[in-house]
Design a protein around this ligand. Structure first.
Ligand code: ZN
Length: 174
């Protein structure tokens, strides 16, 4: 467990790993066993494993059909954040989802909201800034990755009397 990794550093590791994936570079050398830099919740539909998409970066992978937040998903993510100390949870949807509600941008944002609503631990660590909940979208056909910004990313945005910015733009990293 490495508590010293910041959320922004973890995100940078993932982006660099995805760049290696895009250019076909060799995977990153693995770090110490049991020290994932991020937890990734992705759909159970066929698609590359998160460790592949992120260029060999050591991730704590959780998969659930349509990103459905149930007890198993909550328990796994709480273990990653509370026990392993990961500073980043990425909800990774994809465009070619077979589930009725899909796992596109709206589903990703709803999943981030659900994680905070159903888990005091995840909500508390997100409020404190120790762990960031982030969204990403895998474009199955193009094999590229876009970023989906959750509506609330930092505790400062929860100030009373201040409206949340819409911030609906999807920004491609590649
Ligand atoms: Zn799916």
């Amino acid at each position: 467990m490495d508590m010293s990794v910041s959320p922004s550093f973890a995100l940078a590791r993932l982006r660099a790993g995805h760049h290696r994936f895009r250019v076909g570079a060799a995977p990153a050398p693995t770090g110490p066993v049991g020290a994932p830099v991020a937890a990734i919740l992705s759909c159970a539909d066929p698609q590359p494993e998160a460790s592949i998409v992120f260029g060999g970066v050591d991730v704590f992978a959780v998969r659930a059909a349509g990103l459905r937040v149930g007890p198993a998903v909550l328990g796994s993510l709480e273990y990653a954040v509370g026990h392993l100390g990961v500073p980043l949870v990425v909800v990774l949807g994809h465009t070619a989802c077979s589930l009725p509600h899909g796992s596109g941008p709206e589903r990703i944002r709803a999943t981030v909201d659900a994680l905070r609503r159903h888990s005091p631990l995840l909500d508390q660590t997100a409020r404190s800034g120790r762990c960031v909940l982030h969204g990403m979208l895998w474009h199955d056909a193009g094999r590229t990755l876009g970023e989906i910004r959750p509506v609330v990313a930092v505790p400062a945005a929860r100030r009373t009397g201040r409206r949340r910015p819409p911030n609906r733009a999807e920004v491609r990293t590649t």
